[in-house]
Write a protein that binds this ligand. Structure first.
Ligand SMILES: Nc1ncnc2c1ncn2[C@@H]1O[C@H](COP(=O)(O)OP(=O)(O)O)[C@@H](O)[C@H]1O
Ligand SMILES: [Mg+2]
Length: 261
């Protein structure tokens, strides 16, 4: 059986000629892939979810997202850091949701429950027809999902994207958020041009773990904030978006009503 670190970075050993890369990769490896995480990754490889991890797409305080390969396909692997600094920024409403669902005794358990939660919510959104990365599996603090690209390269965040037709994008977002609210009965709660990818002219919503049910007391306020983040973005691009119209268009006036069949 190969060593877990060789599974995670299969090309690492060939790169001895490139000391800089080697050092950078080792640093990443130490930061994200502690022994237990490496074991989780190699189990996911054994389950056939992907074959190797290629490179980091994004590294942040709470975790990193890596591109992985499976046959001719790419996948995204999100690794949450296990450590007590990880979840300092979690919104209270999300933590409270998690506590209702799982008995979490320590930070490690919290991170694992959070990873599972993101997987579950991605599944629910996929079923509701919302454009999000399709979830493929999870283990411990590692989540495997569809890799969102834009003309072959990693999709940019909407924040950084060159949007050809902002009006069409607004309509697209109304449709995606509308399905999320009306069909999945969820409010994202951290939606913004940072947590939206721009893929071949379409919006793809990501980073969904803190989503809450539409009948949650805080849902209306969170939805209003989510929409305002986009309204600002569109205003800067010359599309005037009225908050009340945006809210009505996504079904925000139906929060708490029974699920649409
Ligand atoms: N499925 C995906 N496909 C391609 N890139 C992704 C995917 N998921 C996340 N990313 C990239 O990783 C970044 C961070 O992902 P995100 O889920 O927002 O995590 P966090 O904000 O918690 O670090 C995104 O801005 C995006 O660039
Ligand atoms: Mg994010």
């Amino acid at each position: 059986m190969p060593r877990p670190e060789d599974v995670v970075f299969p090309r690492r050993r060939e790169r001895t000629e490139d000391r800089t890369k080697e050092t950078a990769q080792r640093k990443l490896l130490d930061e994200f892939f502690d022994h237990a995480t490496l074991l989780a990754v190699s189990r996911l490889v054994n389950q056939g979810l992907f074959e190797s991890i290629d490179f980091p797409v994004s590294t942040g305080k709470e975790g990193g997202v890596f591109r992985a390969t499976r046959g001719a396909e790419f996948r995204a692997v999100k690794v949450y850091r296990i450590g007590n600094t990880t979840f300092r920024h979690l919104p209270a409403h999300a933590l409270e949701q998690l506590r209702q669902q799982t008995s979490v005794r320590n930070y490690g358990g919290l991170v694992i429950a959070w990873t599972r939660r993101e997987h579950t919510i991605l599944g629910r959104l996929t079923e509701a027809g919302v454009r999000v990365p399709r979830p493929y599996g999870h283990l411990r603090n590692v989540l495997v999902m569809e890799y969102i690209d834009d003309a072959g390269a990693a999709a940019p965040r909407l924040r950084d994207a060159l949007v050809a037709d902002p009006r069409a994008l607004y309509d697209d977002l109304v449709e995606q958020i509308g399905r999320m609210v009306r069909r999945a009965r969820l409010v994202h709660g951290d939606l913004s041009p940072y947590n939206t990818l721009y893929s071949d002219g379409h919006a793809v919503l990501i980073d969904v773990a803190q989503a809450i049910p539409t009948d949650h007391p805080q849902a209306p306020a969170l939805l209003a904030r989510d929409l305002e983040n986009f309204a600002k973005f569109f205003r800067r691009r010359g599309v005037e978006v009225a908050p009340s119209e945006f809210l009505r268009a996504v079904g925000g006036d139906t929060l708490g009503a029974p699920t649409e069949a």
